[in-house]
Design a protein around this ligand. Sequence first.
Ligand code: B1M
Length: 222
Amino acid sequence: MNDILLQIGLCVESGKINKASPYPPAMKDREGADELTRMAIEGGTSPDAILEEALIPAMARVGEKFSRKEIYVPQMLMSAKAMNSAMAHLKPFFQSGETKRKGKFIVGTVAGDLHDIGKNLVAMMIEGGGWEVIDLGVDVGTEKFMNALDANPGAVVGLSALLTTTMENMKKTVSALKEKHSGVRILIGGAPVTQDYCDKIGADFYSPDPQGAVNYLKQLAS
Ligand code: B1M
Protein backbone atom coordinates (compact mmCIF):
# COMPACT_ATOMS: atom_id res chain seq x y z
CA MET A 1 0.00 0.00 0.00
CA ASN A 2 1.35 3.46 -0.78
CA ASP A 3 2.46 5.76 2.00
CA ILE A 4 -0.36 8.28 1.69
CA LEU A 5 -3.00 5.55 2.10
CA LEU A 6 -1.21 4.35 5.23
CA GLN A 7 -1.19 7.91 6.58
CA ILE A 8 -4.89 8.45 5.82
CA GLY A 9 -5.72 5.17 7.55
CA LEU A 10 -3.64 6.18 10.57
CA CYS A 11 -5.43 9.56 10.77
CA VAL A 12 -8.86 7.89 10.74
CA GLU A 13 -7.75 5.29 13.27
CA SER A 14 -6.34 8.03 15.54
CA GLY A 15 -9.16 10.53 15.01
CA LYS A 16 -6.94 13.17 13.38
CA ILE A 17 -9.39 15.26 11.35
CA ASN A 18 -7.27 18.07 9.91
CA LYS A 19 -4.16 20.12 10.58
CA ALA A 20 -6.04 22.61 12.79
CA SER A 21 -7.39 19.86 15.02
CA PRO A 22 -5.41 19.58 18.28
CA TYR A 23 -6.50 15.94 18.71
CA PRO A 24 -4.68 13.62 19.19
CA PRO A 25 -1.95 15.68 20.89
CA ALA A 26 0.78 13.42 19.48
CA MET A 27 -0.25 14.44 15.94
CA LYS A 28 -0.62 18.19 16.62
CA ASP A 29 0.25 20.42 13.62
CA ARG A 30 0.35 17.43 11.28
CA GLU A 31 -1.92 17.05 8.27
CA GLY A 32 -5.10 15.11 8.99
CA ALA A 33 -7.47 12.88 7.03
CA ASP A 34 -8.93 15.97 5.35
CA GLU A 35 -5.71 17.36 3.83
CA LEU A 36 -4.15 13.95 3.11
CA THR A 37 -7.22 12.73 1.22
CA ARG A 38 -7.24 15.90 -0.88
CA MET A 39 -3.52 15.44 -1.57
CA ALA A 40 -4.00 11.78 -2.46
CA ILE A 41 -6.70 12.62 -4.99
CA GLU A 42 -4.63 15.46 -6.46
CA GLY A 43 -1.73 13.03 -6.72
CA GLY A 44 -3.82 10.58 -8.74
CA THR A 45 -4.78 7.97 -6.11
CA SER A 46 -8.16 6.54 -6.99
CA PRO A 47 -11.12 7.32 -4.69
CA ASP A 48 -11.90 3.58 -4.64
CA ALA A 49 -8.43 2.80 -3.28
CA ILE A 50 -8.76 5.50 -0.62
CA LEU A 51 -12.09 4.06 0.48
CA GLU A 52 -11.29 0.35 0.27
CA GLU A 53 -7.62 0.33 1.31
CA ALA A 54 -7.47 3.16 3.83
CA LEU A 55 -10.81 4.33 5.24
CA ILE A 56 -12.84 1.13 5.63
CA PRO A 57 -9.98 -0.96 7.13
CA ALA A 58 -9.16 1.92 9.52
CA MET A 59 -12.75 2.00 10.80
CA ALA A 60 -12.66 -1.79 11.21
CA ARG A 61 -9.54 -1.38 13.40
CA VAL A 62 -11.37 1.30 15.41
CA GLY A 63 -14.22 -1.18 16.01
CA GLU A 64 -11.78 -3.89 17.11
CA LYS A 65 -10.06 -1.52 19.56
CA PHE A 66 -13.46 -0.49 20.93
CA SER A 67 -14.40 -4.16 21.43
CA ARG A 68 -11.12 -4.73 23.30
CA LYS A 69 -11.88 -1.60 25.42
CA GLU A 70 -8.67 0.06 24.23
CA ILE A 71 -10.68 3.11 23.15
CA TYR A 72 -14.06 4.55 24.15
CA VAL A 73 -16.97 6.40 22.49
CA PRO A 74 -15.25 9.84 22.31
CA GLN A 75 -12.31 8.36 20.39
CA MET A 76 -14.69 6.44 18.13
CA LEU A 77 -16.49 9.72 17.43
CA MET A 78 -13.24 11.48 16.50
CA SER A 79 -12.47 8.63 14.09
CA ALA A 80 -15.94 8.99 12.56
CA LYS A 81 -15.33 12.73 12.11
CA ALA A 82 -11.96 12.08 10.50
CA MET A 83 -13.59 9.54 8.18
CA ASN A 84 -16.33 12.03 7.25
CA SER A 85 -13.75 14.71 6.46
CA ALA A 86 -12.09 12.28 4.05
CA MET A 87 -15.39 11.16 2.56
CA ALA A 88 -16.30 14.76 1.72
CA HIS A 89 -13.47 14.66 -0.87
CA LEU A 90 -14.67 11.34 -2.31
CA LYS A 91 -18.31 12.36 -2.57
CA PRO A 92 -18.10 14.21 -5.92
CA PHE A 93 -16.53 11.13 -7.53
CA PHE A 94 -19.18 8.74 -6.27
CA GLN A 95 -21.98 11.12 -7.15
CA SER A 96 -20.91 11.87 -10.69
CA GLY A 97 -23.39 9.44 -12.26
CA GLU A 98 -25.76 10.17 -15.08
CA THR A 99 -27.99 13.18 -14.54
CA LYS A 100 -31.19 11.51 -15.77
CA ARG A 101 -32.79 9.98 -12.68
CA LYS A 102 -33.76 6.30 -12.77
CA GLY A 103 -36.14 6.52 -9.83
CA LYS A 104 -36.29 7.50 -6.17
CA PHE A 105 -34.49 5.84 -3.28
CA ILE A 106 -35.53 6.60 0.29
CA VAL A 107 -32.82 5.70 2.79
CA GLY A 108 -32.29 6.00 6.53
CA THR A 109 -30.69 4.43 9.57
CA VAL A 110 -33.40 2.77 11.64
CA ALA A 111 -34.86 3.97 14.96
CA GLY A 112 -32.46 4.16 17.87
CA ASP A 113 -29.37 3.95 15.68
CA LEU A 114 -27.04 6.90 15.13
CA HIS A 115 -24.46 5.26 12.84
CA ASP A 116 -24.51 6.91 9.45
CA ILE A 117 -21.16 6.42 7.73
CA GLY A 118 -22.17 3.21 5.93
CA LYS A 119 -25.63 4.59 5.11
CA ASN A 120 -24.05 7.75 3.67
CA LEU A 121 -21.76 5.67 1.49
CA VAL A 122 -24.69 3.66 0.16
CA ALA A 123 -26.64 6.89 -0.50
CA MET A 124 -23.66 8.44 -2.30
CA MET A 125 -23.08 5.44 -4.55
CA ILE A 126 -26.76 5.06 -5.40
CA GLU A 127 -26.97 8.74 -6.25
CA GLY A 128 -23.94 8.18 -8.45
CA GLY A 129 -25.87 5.33 -10.08
CA GLY A 130 -28.45 7.85 -11.30
CA TRP A 131 -31.15 7.70 -8.60
CA GLU A 132 -32.71 10.58 -6.71
CA VAL A 133 -31.86 9.91 -3.07
CA ILE A 134 -34.14 11.02 -0.25
CA ASP A 135 -31.94 10.66 2.82
CA LEU A 136 -33.98 10.65 6.04
CA GLY A 137 -30.87 10.62 8.25
CA VAL A 138 -30.41 8.59 11.41
CA ASP A 139 -32.76 7.31 14.13
CA VAL A 140 -35.57 7.09 11.61
CA GLY A 141 -38.79 5.57 12.94
CA THR A 142 -41.40 3.72 10.90
CA GLU A 143 -43.67 6.77 10.69
CA LYS A 144 -41.00 8.87 9.03
CA PHE A 145 -40.25 6.14 6.48
CA MET A 146 -44.00 5.79 5.89
CA ASN A 147 -44.51 9.51 5.35
CA ALA A 148 -41.65 9.60 2.86
CA LEU A 149 -43.05 6.61 0.97
CA ASP A 150 -46.60 8.07 1.00
CA ALA A 151 -45.15 11.23 -0.54
CA ASN A 152 -43.06 9.26 -3.07
CA PRO A 153 -45.05 6.19 -4.07
CA GLY A 154 -43.02 3.74 -6.12
CA ALA A 155 -39.73 4.68 -4.43
CA VAL A 156 -37.36 1.91 -3.33
CA VAL A 157 -36.60 1.97 0.40
CA GLY A 158 -33.24 1.25 2.05
CA LEU A 159 -32.78 0.56 5.76
CA SER A 160 -29.41 0.54 7.51
CA ALA A 161 -28.62 -0.72 11.04
CA LEU A 162 -25.31 -1.13 12.84
CA LEU A 163 -26.45 -2.42 16.20
CA THR A 164 -27.85 -5.86 16.93
CA THR A 165 -30.43 -4.12 19.12
CA THR A 166 -31.67 -1.62 16.50
CA MET A 167 -31.59 -4.21 13.74
CA GLU A 168 -34.80 -5.50 15.33
CA ASN A 169 -36.48 -2.22 14.37
CA MET A 170 -36.04 -3.10 10.70
CA LYS A 171 -38.67 -5.79 11.15
CA LYS A 172 -41.32 -3.32 12.36
CA THR A 173 -40.60 -0.88 9.57
CA VAL A 174 -40.58 -3.54 6.86
CA SER A 175 -43.92 -5.00 8.07
CA ALA A 176 -45.63 -1.62 8.26
CA LEU A 177 -44.38 -0.42 4.86
CA LYS A 178 -45.31 -3.71 3.17
CA GLU A 179 -48.75 -3.69 4.75
CA LYS A 180 -49.64 -0.28 3.33
CA HIS A 181 -47.56 -0.35 0.11
CA SER A 182 -47.59 -4.03 -0.87
CA GLY A 183 -45.42 -3.52 -3.96
CA VAL A 184 -42.64 -1.59 -2.24
CA ARG A 185 -39.11 -2.96 -2.67
CA ILE A 186 -37.05 -2.84 0.51
CA LEU A 187 -33.32 -3.25 0.65
CA ILE A 188 -31.50 -3.73 3.97
CA GLY A 189 -27.87 -3.66 5.08
CA GLY A 190 -25.41 -2.88 7.85
CA ALA A 191 -22.75 -4.84 9.70
CA PRO A 192 -24.99 -7.14 11.82
CA VAL A 193 -27.55 -7.78 9.04
CA THR A 194 -27.51 -11.09 7.16
CA GLN A 195 -29.34 -12.76 4.29
CA ASP A 196 -31.10 -15.01 6.82
CA TYR A 197 -32.37 -11.98 8.69
CA CYS A 198 -33.53 -10.41 5.45
CA ASP A 199 -35.51 -13.56 4.60
CA LYS A 200 -36.90 -13.73 8.13
CA ILE A 201 -38.33 -10.20 8.14
CA GLY A 202 -39.61 -10.26 4.56
CA ALA A 203 -37.33 -7.58 3.10
CA ASP A 204 -36.63 -7.94 -0.61
CA PHE A 205 -32.87 -7.73 -0.75
CA TYR A 206 -29.81 -7.76 1.51
CA SER A 207 -26.54 -6.27 0.47
CA PRO A 208 -23.36 -6.37 2.55
CA ASP A 209 -21.93 -3.39 0.67
CA PRO A 210 -22.90 -0.32 -1.38
CA GLN A 211 -22.06 -1.94 -4.72
CA GLY A 212 -24.56 -4.74 -4.13
CA ALA A 213 -27.17 -2.09 -3.38
CA VAL A 214 -26.34 -0.23 -6.60
CA ASN A 215 -26.55 -3.48 -8.60
CA TYR A 216 -29.92 -4.36 -7.07
CA LEU A 217 -31.39 -0.98 -8.00
CA LYS A 218 -29.87 -1.21 -11.47
CA GLN A 219 -31.62 -4.53 -11.93
CA LEU A 220 -34.93 -3.05 -10.72
CA ALA A 221 -34.66 -0.16 -13.17
CA SER A 222 -33.90 -2.35 -16.20
CO1 B1M B 1 -20.69 2.35 17.34
N1 B1M B 1 -20.82 0.42 17.50
N2 B1M B 1 -21.74 2.58 18.96
N3 B1M B 1 -20.35 4.25 17.12
N4 B1M B 1 -19.45 1.89 16.04
C1 B1M B 1 -20.27 -0.40 16.43
C2 B1M B 1 -21.32 -0.66 15.35
C3 B1M B 1 -19.77 -1.70 17.16
C4 B1M B 1 -19.74 -2.98 16.28
C5 B1M B 1 -18.41 -1.45 17.84
C6 B1M B 1 -17.90 -2.66 18.61
O1 B1M B 1 -18.39 -2.96 19.68
N5 B1M B 1 -16.93 -3.37 18.07
C7 B1M B 1 -20.85 -1.77 18.31
C8 B1M B 1 -22.12 -2.56 17.99
C9 B1M B 1 -22.20 -3.89 18.71
C10 B1M B 1 -23.43 -4.61 18.36
O2 B1M B 1 -24.50 -4.12 18.30
N6 B1M B 1 -23.23 -5.88 18.14
C11 B1M B 1 -21.12 -0.30 18.54
C12 B1M B 1 -21.67 0.23 19.75
C13 B1M B 1 -21.86 -0.76 20.88
C14 B1M B 1 -22.01 1.59 19.89
C15 B1M B 1 -22.65 2.26 21.11
C16 B1M B 1 -23.79 1.48 21.79
C17 B1M B 1 -21.50 2.58 22.10
C18 B1M B 1 -21.94 3.18 23.41
O3 B1M B 1 -22.53 4.22 23.47
N7 B1M B 1 -21.61 2.46 24.47
C19 B1M B 1 -23.16 3.60 20.51
C20 B1M B 1 -24.59 3.48 19.97
C21 B1M B 1 -25.14 4.81 19.53
C22 B1M B 1 -26.44 4.61 18.76
O4 B1M B 1 -26.41 4.35 17.58
N8 B1M B 1 -27.56 4.72 19.45
C23 B1M B 1 -22.20 3.78 19.37
C24 B1M B 1 -21.81 5.02 18.89
C25 B1M B 1 -20.91 5.21 17.86
C26 B1M B 1 -20.42 6.61 17.43
C27 B1M B 1 -21.51 7.68 17.47
C28 B1M B 1 -19.32 7.01 18.38
C29 B1M B 1 -19.79 6.29 16.03
C30 B1M B 1 -20.78 6.52 14.85
C31 B1M B 1 -20.59 7.85 14.17
C32 B1M B 1 -21.37 7.92 12.87
O5 B1M B 1 -21.75 6.95 12.26
N9 B1M B 1 -21.58 9.17 12.48
C33 B1M B 1 -19.56 4.78 16.10
C34 B1M B 1 -18.71 4.06 15.23
C35 B1M B 1 -17.83 4.90 14.32
C36 B1M B 1 -18.65 2.63 15.21
C37 B1M B 1 -17.71 1.72 14.39
C38 B1M B 1 -16.31 1.80 15.03
C39 B1M B 1 -17.58 2.00 12.93
C40 B1M B 1 -18.91 2.03 12.15
C41 B1M B 1 -18.60 2.51 10.75
O6 B1M B 1 -18.85 3.66 10.43
N10 B1M B 1 -17.98 1.63 9.93
C42 B1M B 1 -18.41 0.29 14.60
C43 B1M B 1 -17.43 -0.87 14.56
C44 B1M B 1 -17.32 -1.50 13.18
O7 B1M B 1 -18.23 -1.43 12.37
N11 B1M B 1 -16.23 -2.15 12.95
C45 B1M B 1 -19.27 0.53 15.76
C46 B1M B 1 -17.54 1.99 8.57
C47 B1M B 1 -18.72 1.84 7.60
C48 B1M B 1 -18.23 2.16 6.19
O8 B1M B 1 -19.13 0.49 7.64
O9 B1M B 1 -21.35 1.10 8.72
O10 B1M B 1 -20.68 -1.34 8.43
P1 B1M B 1 -20.67 0.07 7.95
O11 B1M B 1 -21.33 0.09 6.50
C49 B1M B 1 -20.90 -0.79 5.50
C50 B1M B 1 -21.78 -2.04 5.36
O12 B1M B 1 -22.33 -2.46 6.61
C51 B1M B 1 -22.78 -1.66 4.33
O13 B1M B 1 -22.08 -0.75 3.47
C52 B1M B 1 -21.09 -0.04 4.21
C53 B1M B 1 -19.82 0.05 3.39
O14 B1M B 1 -19.28 -1.19 3.13
N12 B1M B 1 -24.05 -1.03 4.70
C54 B1M B 1 -25.14 -1.16 3.90
C55 B1M B 1 -24.36 -0.22 5.72
N13 B1M B 1 -25.64 0.17 5.64
C56 B1M B 1 -26.14 -0.39 4.52
C57 B1M B 1 -27.41 -0.29 3.94
C58 B1M B 1 -27.64 -0.98 2.74
C59 B1M B 1 -26.65 -1.74 2.16
C60 B1M B 1 -25.39 -1.85 2.72
O15 B1M B 1 -28.81 -0.93 2.10
C61 B1M B 1 -29.81 -0.03 2.50
